[in-house]
Structures are given as C-alpha cells and as structure tokens.
Design a protein around this ligand. Structure first.
Ligand code: BGP
Length: 497
C-alpha cells in the first residue's frame, strides 16, 4: 500500500491549541490526614509498606487479606501505612498548586476521597468539612487558571463497605456511590466540568475488595472468585452509567470520561498462536472501554461467561442504562507494554501485573521492571481512537525512579526528561495520525506514595518531596531538573521538547 507522501510535511509534529498539559495525583496517595476532619477509613489506609517483598512483584504488593485489615484497623500507625500520611497535600495544597501553576499547568487531575464525604459510605448526610475542603482546592485551581479533572473513585472505597458489603459485589453499593456522586456534582457544579467515575475500572480487585488478598481468602474456589469479580464489575459499570445520567441532569455542561489501564500486548513471535494470544489480551483490555463507550458487553465476554458457567446477575433495565448513558471521552493510564508468548512459562515474567508477559529485548525497563515503550503509547492511542472515534486523554503516564539529591540539593532527573520527551513525541505522532487527543497529564506531577508498593522512594514528580519510605523528612518541596524543562514544554505548547 502506498503511504501518502506529503511534500510539505515536516518532522515537527504539533499539539493542538488548548492542549491540556498538566499532571495527576490521587487523594489516597497524596493527601495524608487520613483520620482528620471527619474522614472515615478507606481501603488505602490498610495498605502497608512491606520492604521484605519484591518491589517488582505487583500482585503481592497489593495483597491484603482479612487478617491484614484487622491488624490495620487496630492501629493509628502511619509509618508502615504510608497512605495515611501521603505528602500532607491536605494541608499544603495551596503551596503545591502554586508550583504547578509556576510550570504553567492547564489541567490537574485529582480524586475526591469518598470517605471525606461519607466516612463509611452509608451515612444519610455528607460530612461538611470534607465538602468544604474540596471546594477550597477546586477554587484554588480555578484562581490559577487550572482546569480540574476529578476522579470520583481512585482506590479509596470506604473500608466499612468492604467489611460489611464485600465492596462492589453488593448491588446496594451502587446507590451509595450514586449518592456520593450527586453530592459532589451539586456542590461543585460551577467549579468542575470534567469528571471520571472510576480510576482504572479494569483493576477490579483494587475497587471491589481491598486487594487480591481478600479475594483469595474469601473465595477459595477460583470459579467463585471470578464470578464475584465480574458481578462487582457489572455493578461498577451500572453505577458509572447512572452517575453519567445524573451528571447530564445536574449540569449539561459536565463532561464524563471513563478511565482504564492501557496495556498494549505484542506477540513474542510471528507464530499465529502468539499473535492470537496478544490479540486476546488486547481485546480483554478493550472490554472495559467497550462497555462504557459503546454501552454494551462485547460478545466475546458474554461467550466467555457462557463457556465458563459464569452467571452475572443483571437487574431489569441494566442493559438500557448502559446503552443510554455512555461517556463523552476516553481516558487512560499508560506505563508499559507487554509481550505475550505461548511459551511464557519458560520465560522471565515481567511487570508482575495481573496481566503478566515476557521480557521485550527491544525495551529498557524501569527500576521496577516496567517496560518503557513510547511507541506503544502511539499504537495504543491509534487503536482506541480507531475503535471508538471519541476524544482520548492520557491522564496518567510517567516513570517511577529512585531520584538522587546532589550535595547542592539539586536533582538531575534527566531520565524523566528523556521519558517524557519520547512519550510526548509519540503523542504528537498519534495526533498527526488523526487521533483527537485532549491532553497529557503526567503521573505524578509531585512525588507521592506509590499505589502498588506504598513506597515514597518510587518517585514520579517534577517536584521532589523530602520524605522517605518510613515517613522521615521535612516534607519540603524542591524543583527537580525536569520542573523547568516541563515548564518550557507547556510554554511552547510542545514545540520545545
Ligand atoms: C496506576 C494508578 C495510580 C498510580 C500508578 C503508578 O495504576 O492509577 O494511582 O499509582 O498506577 O503505580 P505505582 O504508584 O504503583 O508506581
């Protein structure tokens, strides 16, 4: 096939005017103040720092069983439960947002901790101190001309709902989530336009239960566990559509997005079996956007349920709700690509994710074994846009690294500049290929607690925070070398990379 040669084409790809440059954090990884001003305990408050575990073993890091929950509930410790202290964003948000504004941020993604609004998720009345806190944060962003992108659920479910309702496996939780969203939509209707319902809805473990551990302990039988997870996921899909319906009624200017983990899978060889395996993993990844963008379950999932005797309970009207209330735009996190091989058991496993793969010899990995692949971001964006023809938005992408503070206090994170330079170029190429991309929010724009390992030393930010894995430090914020580099990228709308 002849490619279209355009003689006027230059090698500089351009970002559209109004491209939403910025960064992202999550309440449970940044705010701290875990039991302040009426906040209830969330699943993040039981996530402990466990240096004895392999930092590359993603699944084990998330493993929290019922006994871990019981132990965590019996202590106020913040040393080994780092998400309870975060980086004290709760009290320092004005200083932090001023630094984001110094970089010229157009947009900033953050989440609302459900337990600041409804401490146990079941209360009739919301917690005013929590509502007031987020109102102040959103006003501060607006004062700096920064567009908030707000995630309603970012691995922050009230622990009470896990302990007493088994998280999202219970249908009643849908109503509790919709009530939480309604309170937020009404209170912030004039401050926030862009909303996401669930962070990485594909990571059902982290929403539906505390983590893998609860599933394994509770459902000894694998089939029963899988049945429960698909049931929980269905309840989240219905909740997301009901929240979208509510948004349209409360403020027609609201724009609702879905959010998934974009994992891209390559076949290890041209063996058709490898190719099919990679295709199957990629189709599985797209299942979550299929339901929220197209409004229905893809047939391959329904057939999988039938083949595996999985019976997900739909209530009358569920299918109509999913079909009627789909999202306005598609957002995703992108960190790595994977390689699938029918001989995987003979290869070194990487990623340690729920979706594991084998080592890609063409790619470097981060210190945590995540395979760095900017081309994969371009491929994934084109796949998403070609499938749905809806605007896409990169709302999490970055490199976790051990940063070194030099004698003079400077931090030369050239590897982070290189990472983003290559990924921004890939986004520009995807846009050049016709993808409608709303923006790119880096993860995390300021050092925060790692979601999977609860480490502070897995640093992502342009802003360094003086805190170690055990909470020692002054919490002082410091600009890394990448801080000024990103400021210039935004200032030139991506012309200067
Ligand atoms: C995603 C989460 C984020 C963020 C990111 C990096 O799955 O949405 O919360 O943490 O992963 O992962 P980690 O913090 O484990 O390095």
């Amino acid at each position: 096939m002849n490619t279209i040669e355009d003689p006027t084409a230059t090698d500089v790809k351009h970002f559209p005017e109004g491209f939403l440059w910025g960064g992202a954090i999550a309440a449970n990884q940044a705010e701290g103040a875990w039991n302040v001003d009426g906040k209830g305990m969330s699943v993040a408050d039981v996530a402990s720092y466990r240096p004895h575990l392999d930092i590359k073993d993603y699944v084990s890091q998330w493993h929290v069983g019922p006994e871990d929950i019981e132990k965590a509930m019996a202590t106020d410790d913040v040393t080994y439960y780092p998400k309870r202290r975060g980086i004290d964003f709760y009290h320092r948000y004005r200083e932090d947002i001023a630094m984001l504004a110094e970089m010229g941020f157009k947009s900033f993604r953050l989440s609302i901790a459900w337990t600041r609004i409804f401490p146990n998720g079941i209360e009739e009345e919301p917690n005013e101190a929590g509502l007031a806190y987020y109102e102040n944060v959103f006003r501060c962003l607006r004062e700096h001309g920064i567009e908030p992108l707000v995630t309603l659920s970012h691995y922050e479910m009230p622990l009470y709902l896990v302990n007493h309702y088994d998280g999202w496996t219970s249908r009643e939780v849908i109503g509790m989530f919709v009530r939480f969203a309604k309170v937020c939509f009404e209170r912030y209707r004039d401050l926030v336009t862009y909303w996401l319902t669930f962070n990485e809805i594909d990571s059902v473990f982290r929403h539906a239960f505390t983590t893998v551990g609860v599933v394994e302990e509770k459902y000894a039988d694998k089939h029963e566990a899988e049945q429960a997870i698909y049931q929980a996921l269905h309840h989240q899909f219905v909740a997301s559509s009901l929240v979208t319906k509510l948004a349209r009624r409360i403020n027609p200017d609201f724009r609702i997005g879905c959010m998934v983990t974009k994992t891209l899978n390559y076949p290890e060889t041209c063996n058709p079996e490898d190719v099919y395996l990679a295709q199957r993993e990629n189709r599985t990844n797209m299942f979550y956007t299929d339901v929220q963008v197209l409004g229905e379950y893809p047939r391959h999932v329904l057939n999988y349920w039938r083949r595996n005797d999985i019976h997900v309970r739909f209530e009358p009207g569920d299918e109509e709700i999913l079909k009627a209330y789909t999202v306005d735009f598609i957002t995703f996190s992108y960190y790595m690509s994977m390689v699938q091989s029918v001989h995987a058991e003979q290869r070194e496993k990487v990623g340690g994710n729920l979706v594991t793969g084998v080592r890609n010899p063409y790619l470097e990995t981060s210190d945590w074994g995540w395979q760095i692949d900017p081309e994969g971001l371009k491929i994934g964006m084109i796949d998403l846009y070609d499938r749905y023809h809806k605007p896409v938005w990169v709302v999490e992408s970055g490199i976790g690294a051990y940063d070194t503070v030099n004698e003079d206090g400077s931090i030369d994170d050239d590897y982070r500049i290189d990472y983003f330079r290559r990924h921004f170029k890939a986004v520009a190429e995807a846009i050049d290929e016709g993808v409608e991309c709303m923006g790119y929010l880096t993860w995390a724009c300021i050092d925060i607690i790692s979601a999977s390992t609860s480490q502070m030393s897995k640093r992502y930010g342009f802003i360094y925070v003086d805190e170690d894995d055990l909470g020692n430090g002054t919490l002082e914020r410091r600009r890394k070398k990448s801080f000024d580099w990103y400021r210039r990228v935004i200032e030139t709308n991506g012309e200067s990379l």
